[in-house]
Write a protein that binds this ligand. Structure first.
Ligand code: NCD
Ligand code: ZN
Length: 337
């Protein structure tokens, strides 16, 4: 049976939520990953040192101690002072910038991404070596939001050449091309954007569990993402953007955005890389690229993925809270040991 061992698999964009949802989903990531960049879009957002520390402790409480999983904490971007950043630096791995109101719980985000107005914070981040993670969408026409944001990424990349800028969950060929143009631009790519296009979301019967921000785009875009991910290019890394919502928030009038992929992500990535004859590049995509970009110390954890069918549970459930994973009730071709 074909298998592959991956050292230190990382999920560089993950929503773990809080309370019962945190308790339900955190163990599903900590089981197979050795660490994850944890998004700060709680209500209220994680924007103080106390909030970062207590959220990290709640995450560690929600997982098994011997899972050997590091939550890499992020702070919700606001115009912070250098003193504030110096004080919080050791508690965080990155700062996440959301344009105001662009996605789930981003109302307190940035109204206008002005390189002059944001310079004090972004220069301090560059000096302190704190990467900036960005949700790169405008509030324009839904299919053009990421493309329209390219000029913002470009302005940031030029104005702050020493700042590491992570273009989160890229979904377009335009983003893949821009990424290659500037040394300080990097990107995360999700599992679902390697697989689906808008057709899978809305081309037939509406699929609420595939609805997310940014919305899945065209086959040309999907193929550009696949090409760069499969190539092992050191500027891209896996970030699931696994974003669980309760079943009733997804299957309702006014569906919440987010695809829940954490429990099946590594297995399906192995399937995709194998089907494309690129299994040898999987470790770069899910581990080594991230370690280099973020200067992470390698962990001693590894995971073996095997080419063995796995029936994905229809739902993950605890205390009446139910979340539906991608590939719910379907068979995937790879599994963990
Ligand atoms: C995320 C969420 O639910 O927190 N939703 C999503 O569709 N990806 C937020 C985000 O990353 O945009
Ligand atoms: Zn996200």
């Amino acid at each position: 049976m074909k298998s592959i061992e991956i050292n230190s698999p990382y999920d560089m964009h993950l929503h773990l939520r809080d309370n019962d949802m945190l308790k339900l989903v955190a163990p599903l990531s900590s089981k197979s990953f050795s660490g994850a960049i944890v998004m700060p879009n709680l209500v209220p957002p994680v924007d103080t040192k106390e909030a970062v520390i207590s959220y990290k402790n709640r995450i560690l409480d929600a997982i098994e101690a011997d899972d050997n999983f590091t939550p890499f904490m992020t702070l919700f971007f606001k115009p912070y002072t250098k003193e504030f950043l110096e004080d919080i630096k050791d508690e965080i791995t990155a700062i996440k910038l959301y344009p105001a109101g662009i996605t789930t719980n981003s109302e307190g985000g940035v109204e206008s991404i002005d390189t002059v107005a944001l310079a004090p914070t972004l220069n301090a981040m560059a000096e302190l070596n704190i990467p900036l993670c960005v949700h790169g969408e405008t509030n324009g026409f839904v299919m053009d939001r990421e493309k329209e944001f390219m000029s913002v990424y470009e302005a940031l990349a030029i104005a702050f050449p020493k700042l590491k800028i992570i273009m989160e969950h890229i979904t377009t060929k335009d983003a893949v091309e821009l990424l290659k143009k500037y040394d300080n631009l990097y990107a995360t790519i999700t599992l679902h954007h390697l697989l689906i296009t808008l057709d899978d979301v809305a081309g037939g019967m509406l699929q609420p569990h595939l609805f997310c921000k940014p919305i899945a785009k065209t086959p040309i875009d999907r193929d550009a993402l696949l090409e760069i991910a499969l190539s092992g290019n050191p500027k891209v890394m896996f970030g699931s953007d696994s974003a669980p919502h309760p079943q009733e928030a997804k299957e309702s009038c006014g569906c919440a955005a987010g695809v829940f992929t954490a429990p099946i992500a590594l297995q399906v990535l192995a399937q995709i890389f194998d089907e494309n004859g690129k299994l040898d590049n999987l470790e770069a995509f899910v581990s080594t690229n991230a370690s280099k970009i973020y200067n992470l110390k390698p962990s001693s954890k590894s995971i073996t993925l095997i080419q063995k069918e796995f029936l994905v549970p229809t739902a993950y459930e605890n205390n009446g809270l139910k979340v539906i994973p991608m590939f719910s009730g379907q068979i995937i071709k790879w599994s963990t040991e």
